[in-house]
Design a protein around this ligand. Structure first.
Ligand code: NAD
Length: 273
């Protein structure tokens, strides 16, 4: 076993479990530390490449140094995440962030972290969503004046709405249109559509991993672009790829697209065999 040394926070969560499982297939990394506010609930077991240690989040800062961690992968909640990322920055540990739902004060903290260590945040670590975003930018650019609505669906335990991915796609649409459109979240009562507004709809139901649908409608035609995640494993694999790519880079902000570009150049497209 060799390679860079990875820690994950939120190890008892849905994504934490996926990262623990994905780490077993990750030859590039040595998986040294799983961190949770409830370490007793972390199901690391005797899996191949199980973490060397499972520790309480109150011990994170000391553990990052003790276990000589190179990169921290964080999928938690904003209030915990900002503290975890501060601890990583203090220890010179690179960070890959999948957490969503930050407010402006949190984002200022993330900016400060990104000044001191290599930092890669993505609201979605799937290759398919990266491709969807490109398709959306292209369609929006080609179809000025079309009405646009964004709908996302997630499991009933999701905290933030709309999803981080939906917000990223909305930013993409603004960029492609060169404006800052009014976002209308759901509609009720007398609320006819106005000009360039973008409707945003968040559905929460069952165990849906994540779906994002963008419709563009002109007169007499509708274009629908949809991504459906089949499992959380795609996000975990993408985040671990990002961790491998990030270690050893200069402090600063990096984009998941750069990781995917490097994978494509190396012939690894993530396609099923
Ligand atoms: P989850 O609720 O299953 O897990 C959250 C984890 O955070 C748990 O380990 C929980 O113990 C911990 N936690 C919650 N509150 C805490 C607190 N106050 N202090 C310390 N720890 C706390 O959630 P999840 O489905 O694993 O999602 C986690 C985050 O990742 C969410 O923000 C979600 O939107 C995001 N996510 C991102 C992607 C992506 O590709 N970027 C994909 C899936 C989920």
């Amino acid at each position: 076993m060799g390679g860079h040394r990875v820690a994950i926070t939120g190890a008892s969560g849905r994504m934490g479990g996926e990262l623990l499982a994905a780490a077993a297939d990750d030859d590039a990394a040595e998986f040294v530390l799983a961190v949770s506010r409830t370490p007793e609930a972390v199901a690391s077991g005797d899996a191949p490449n199980a973490p060397d240690a499972v520790v309480a989040d109150s011990d994170l800062e000391a553990a990052l140094a003790d276990y000589d961690v190179d990169v921290l992968v964080d999928f938690t909640v904003p209030e915990a995440s900002v503290e975890y990322l501060r601890a990583a920055a203090t220890n010179g540990v690179a960070v890959v962030v999948g957490t969503t739902g930050y407010d402006d004060a949190d984002l200022a903290t993330l900016d400060a972290v990104a000044e001191s260590v290599p930092f890669l945040r993505a609201s979605n670590f799937s290759r398919g969503v990266a491709a969807l975003r490109r398709a959306v930018r292209s369609a929006v650019g080609a179809l000025p004046g079309y009405d646009i609505e964004v709908t996302e669906t997630h499991h009933n335990g999701k905290l933030d709405a709309p999803s981080g991915t939906a917000l990223t796609i909305l930013d993409d649409i603004d960029e492609a249109r060169g404006d800052d459109a009014k976002r209308v979240h759901g509609r009720e009562g007398d609320q006819p559509r106005e000009g360039d507004e973008i409707g945003v709809h968040a559905r929460r139901a069952g165990d849906v991993t994540g779906e994002h649908e963008i419709i563009l409608a002109g007169n007499e035609e509708v274009i629908e672009l949809t991504h459906r995640a089949g499992s959380r494993g795609i996000f975990a694999a993408g985040a671990l790829d990002a961790a491998t790519w990030l270690v050893g880079r200069d402090p600063g902000r990096y984009d998941f697209d750069a990781v995917l570009d490097a994978d494509r150049d190396a012939g690894d497209t993530g396609a099923s065999q």
